[in-house]
Ligand binder design. Structure first.
Ligand SMILES: [Zn+2]
Ligand SMILES: [Zn+2]
Length: 274
């Protein structure tokens, strides 16, 4: 039953949020709820998403904060405008049928102001809301982006080794490191996949089709070479990031500091893929 699918749900949550996530499901069934939270914060010290059945044919996902979330709330209040923009874009990527509401606020420009914050998503018209496949679909479509938005606001850091980078000595290098950080942010990757799918923008390859479950290896490429712009235009994660397969992504970055453009790469590949 659902308990057996918990690993799958947790894997998708960890990939999408870049954080360790815990889940608890009552074996007696979904009516008692599936609860999901960040492992390092536990259910009292951070946001908790709860999925329950709603009516006969629906799911309701409610995100609330535990009673001792003061520390995490102050981290969220200190989130940068870019983090807030990405968090809002992640929630906005949820399909409109899964009606997302934040009591007292207007979408899509919501903010977490205090511990009374609640986000409620209602998914209606499901044939079998108690089936594992329906629950997994709601987790993927609704809970993963909501928890990724929270992870972005909290600021889970996922920057690993900075391979081959010189220390940012000038403004250009600092901006270059911003681009690298954006490309490695799992929440950006999640948003990019939700908007564009997992097909490489340059060659059209779709690694998941070739490698199955092992094939979630598509990467995120930042289109605007910010480092070299005299006046960088405002960044928008919805339009400035594209999915590239690992080979194409390597190839575009062989030109430095300004990577090849998508048009350059397509010309090199000699493909007609558009
Ligand atoms: Zn490719
Ligand atoms: Zn790139």
């Amino acid at each position: 039953m659902l308990a057996a699918k918990k690993e799958l749900i947790l894997k998708e949550l960890a990939e999408g949020t870049g954080a360790a996530v815990s889940a608890e499901v009552d074996l007696s069934g979904l009516r008692s709820g599936l609860r999901i939270w960040f492992s390092d914060l536990d259910q009292k010290h951070g946001p908790v998403a709860e999925l329950r059945t709603y009516g006969l044919k629906g799911h309701r996902v409610t995100l609330t904060f535990g009673s001792f979330s003061g520390t995490v709330l102050s981290q969220i209040l200190a989130a940068s405008p870019e983090d807030v923009q990405l968090a809002q874009a992640l929630v906005a990527s949820i399909r409109p049928e899964a009606d997302v509401q934040i009591p007292g606020q207007n979408m899509p420009e919501w903010h977490v102001m205090n511990g009374a914050f609640r986000m409620v998503a209602t998914v209606r018209n499901q044939e079998h809301p108690l089936n594992d496949s329906s629950v997994i679909a709601t987790c993927r479509d609704v809970i993963v982006p909501i928890m990724a938005a929270m992870a972005e606001l909290i600021g889970y850091d996922v920057i690993e080794d900075r391979q081959g980078e010189e220390a940012p000595a000038c403004e250009g290098a600092v901006l270059q490191s911003v681009v690298i950080r954006r490309e490695r942010n799992p929440r950006n990757r999640l948003l990019c996949i939700r908007i564009h799918g997992e097909k490489c923008f340059a060659c059209g390859a779709e690694p998941r089709m070739t490698y199955g479950d092992a094939g979630s290896i598509i990467e995120v490429h930042h289109l605007e070479p910010v480092a070299l712009l005299m006046e960088p235009r405002p960044y928008d994660p919805r339009t400035d990031l594209v999915p590239l397969c690992p080979n194409c992504h390597r190839a575009v970055h062989t030109r430095r500091p300004v990577p090849f453009t998508m048009a350059d790469l397509k010309a090199i590949l000699g493909t007609s893929y558009a």
